[in-house]
Write a protein that binds this ligand. Structure first.
Ligand SMILES: Nc1ncnc2c1ncn2[C@@H]1O[C@H](COP(=O)(O)OP(=O)(O)OP(=O)(O)O)[C@@H](O)[C@H]1O
Length: 722
């Protein structure tokens, strides 16, 4: 189909009507997303895919067009507008019967650009039935040159250069150590040329005495150099790991990678970097540039012999460069598999009970074996390449030695060189090739370090909760009011909106129970209200202030959040209850008694000092839940956000928690409880019902229940009507 000279492909809308998508509108989107296509290619691709038939879904068709136009690594997703995460704009939108480019406009208005370039402004609400095509571009690899500009490298450099004195000290020590190496060769030259022909022992002893001093100096300098570098590595290590860990603590939860294994591996990346910089290999690197200095000395002593080493130097470097290209890919693959293995390990340890009870151990053992086998294969390949390169460099070194001796003999015959001179040249020659042979080992390690740095970069690139340098509000008083305004939220990596709330306000004294089917967004609502997740759009306000503008301490003080999955940490029961500390014993005991935790402690020989292992091992599910609830009671927040507080509790404990909530909350506190337990309704003066991320009913519990029952009855009646 052609319109105005533009190639079109035909796409079926939801209703089954064919809706054309032009190369022009797709081209506009690609341009906005920074994806270049040579002129004419998109039109050709559209025409080619059109000939294949029109029965494909829009997303499939656009995928084919993009592939035909040479754009790989792009996934196309088709979504309903109301479930689309606006952060992923620009996208293509099917509105008013044609596909248009949709972009953010101002004040929540959307800019739509049609194929012919006409722009219209549309309000969000007008697009309820619209369909979106969203391009998800896979992350491009960081180019090598970018690495040094990257945050981890910058952080490393910043730490290394914080106190520059060590650079001078190490520099001076390295120069002197290498000059002493020249002195050793000069010693051999003098012995062969002056001592051996005449057996001049007096000269020999004088030179030996000089050498002893030099050897001692060499030892002392090398020792000092290694101490200085160790100190620097230690300093950098402490600073970097602290910065990285704090970044991890402050990481925005919705920006965290989903796999725990890769998150932990990214953190561990620093370890690889640290080991590299604190290893002796750094000395080999600092000695590398002195190869050229030794060639200059060889030229001064043996003239033409230097050309042998000058020729060998680029050959060895080329060999190393070729090797490192291969090694880099292998290192990346090995590290990726390493992440998977790490993730599997974490999962296996956490899910040990499930694995054993389900008898699925063989499956995990197989998975482990296959990952380990492929890691071993990559490692074997990289060892093969590095040993091939090392052996070749060693052979080159021998070839260099033989060539230098041959050239030396010719020079001795021509009277331009002495035997001692030749020996000195070959000693210095070894010092040119030696570090290069060693550098192959450095290259192997460097590839791992490079990958590790990229991993750390990825971690650092993840957004923190509060941007650095942002001025945060610390209000002295905050009215007890929690509001959600125009909130839309999608979890990372998915464009599906999981929470959509136009306006929702909670005032002083509100006792709200949130109910709804599994996965309707109750926990998501509570997490957003607690400021754990940031909405893609809209605001969550506490006392009129956006909670993302508030200092986390203010937030922590005002809001108490009980997660659905309670987590306890390694330590004692008491430590776990008083997690953030700062609570007096009387209050602690009062809360323990209130919630029945004193009885848990009484059952254990170590009472409140009962040992808890990582992840809360050592307590029952209900006891873990009580422990977590007691943290909130100790904190006494103004806003209580409790996610399934009684899910693991027996009736007695549930009653106790209910009573505690009635008696120990202030009349002005806001209490929000997500639950499936009707018993908790006795506490509520307000009931929210949620479906598919939206609040569908809100009001006094009796009224809401009545309305829901009436709606259900009406639905049943209409469903039973023939
Ligand atoms: N971390 C996550 N990443 C991606 N999607 C998520 C994540 N957590 C929850 N979801 C999805 O968001 C939706 C809402 O989840 P939520 O936990 O808020 O439901 P819920 O109403 O609390 O359910 P339940 O009653 O089972 O606890 C679900 O469809 C779920 O699959």
């Amino acid at each position: 189909m052609k319109t105005d000279g533009q190639e079109e492909t035909v796409i079926f809308g939801e209703s089954g009507m064919a809706t054309p998508i032009t190369a022009a509108v797709l081209g506009r989107l690609l341009l906005k997303r920074g994806l270049a296509v040579p002129p004419g290619e998109l039109e050709q691709a559209c025409a080619a895919t059109q000939q294949e038939g029109v029965e494909q879904k829009p997303a499939e068709r656009v995928s084919r067009i993009l592939l035909a136009a040479g754009l790989k690594n792009i996934k196309v997703a088709q979504l309903r507008w109301e479930r689309f995460d606006h952060r992923h704009l620009p996208a293509l939108l099917l509105h008013n019967g044609c596909w248009q480019l949709a972009e953010h406009g101002d004040a929540g208005v959307l800019l739509l650009t049609a194929a012919d370039g006409t722009v219209s402004r549309v309000a969000n609400g007008e697009l309820v039935d619209a369909v979106v095509l969203w391009l998800r571009v896979e992350r491009p690899e960081t180019p090598a040159g970018e690495l040094l500009k990257s945050s981890a490298s910058q952080m490393l450099l910043r730490e290394l250069l914080r106190d520059k004195r060590w650079l001078l000290e190490v520099g001076v020590a390295t120069v002197v150590v290498n000059l002493l190496a020249v002195a050793t060769s000069l010693f051999s030259m003098q012995v062969y040329d002056r001592v051996v022909p005449t057996f001049a022992y007096a000269t020999l002893w004088a030179m030996v005495a000089g050498m002893v001093i030099m050897v001692l100096l060499d030892w002392v300098l090398k020792f000092i150099r290694s101490r200085i570098l160790d100190e620097v590595a230690k300093r950098v290590d402490i600073a970097l790991s602290q910065q990285l860990y704090e970044h991890l603590l402050d990481l925005r939860l919705d920006k965290r990678p989903r796999s725990l294994g890769s998150l932990a591996a990214q953190m561990n990346g620093l370890e690889t970097v640290r080991t590299f910089f604190s290893s002796t290999i750094v000395f080999a690197m600092t000695d590398l540039p002195f190869g050229l200095m030794f060639i200059v000395f060889i030229a001064a002593i043996g003239g033409m012999i230097s050309t042998v080493y000058l020729a060998l130097l680029p050959v060895s470097l080329l060999l190393g460069w070729l090797a490192q290209r291969q090694l880099r890919t292998l290192a990346r693959l090995e590290i990726q598999r390493g992440h998977e293995r790490h993730g599997l390990l974490v999962d296996t340890i956490q899910g040990a009970e499930t694995i054993q009870s389900s008898g699925s151990g063989w499956f995990f053992a197989d998975l482990w074996r296959s990952i380990t086998a492929s890691m071993a294969a990559y490692s074997l390949k990289s060892k093969l390449i590095s040993s091939l390169t090392t052996t070749t460099t060693a052979t080159l070194s021998t070839v260099g030695y033989v060539a230098a001796v041959v050239v030396g003999v010719l020079l001795i015959e021509a009277g331009q060189l002495t035997t001692g001179g030749l020996i000195a040249c070959t000693i210095l020659g070894g010092k040119v090739i030696g570090p290069i042979a060693q550098s192959v080992g450095i290259l192997v390690q460097w590839q791992h370090v490079r990958e590790a740095l990229e991993m750390v970069n990825r971690l650092l690139a993840l957004e923190g909760n509060r941007p650095e340098g942002k001025v945060l509000l610390v209000p002295e008083t905050l009215p007890d009011r929690l509001e959600l305004e125009g909130v839309r939220f999608a979890y990372p990596g998915t464009p599906v909106i999981r929470l959509q709330v136009e306006t929702l306000a909670f005032g002083p004294g509100d006792r709200v129970v949130v109910m709804g089917p599994n996965g309707c967004g109750k926990s998501t609502l509570l997490k957003l209200a607690a400021g754990l997740y940031k909405p893609a759009e809209g605001q969550v306000k506490l006392g009129g202030a956006d909670i993302w503008e508030l200092d986390p301490q203010v937030l922590g003080e005002r809001i108490g959040y009980l997660p659905q999955d309670v987590h306890l940490f390694k330590g004692t029961l008491k430590n776990n209850i008083m997690l953030a500390g700062g609570i007096n014993d009387a209050r602690f005991l009062e809360v323990a008694e209130l919630l029945g935790l004193d009885r848990v402690a009484a059952d254990s020989p170590r009472s409140m000092d009962t040992e808890i292992s990582e992840g809360g091992q050592g307590l029952s599910g209900g006891q873990r839940q009580l422990t977590a609830i007691s943290r909130i009671f100790l904190a006494r927040p103004r806003v209580w956000l409790l996610d399934e507080p009684s899910a693991s509790l027996d009736t007695e404990s549930e009653e106790r928690v209910l009573k505690a909530l009635q008696s120990h909350t202030r009349p002005t506190d806001i209490v929000l409880i997500a639950t499936h337990r009707p018993r908790l309704l006795s506490l509520a003066n307000r009931l929210l019902i949620m479906r598919r991320g939206q609040v569908i009913a809100d009001g006094p519990p009796a009224e809401v229940i009545q309305a829901m029952q009436a709606a259900q009855a009406a639905q049943n009646a209409s469903g039973s009507t023939p």
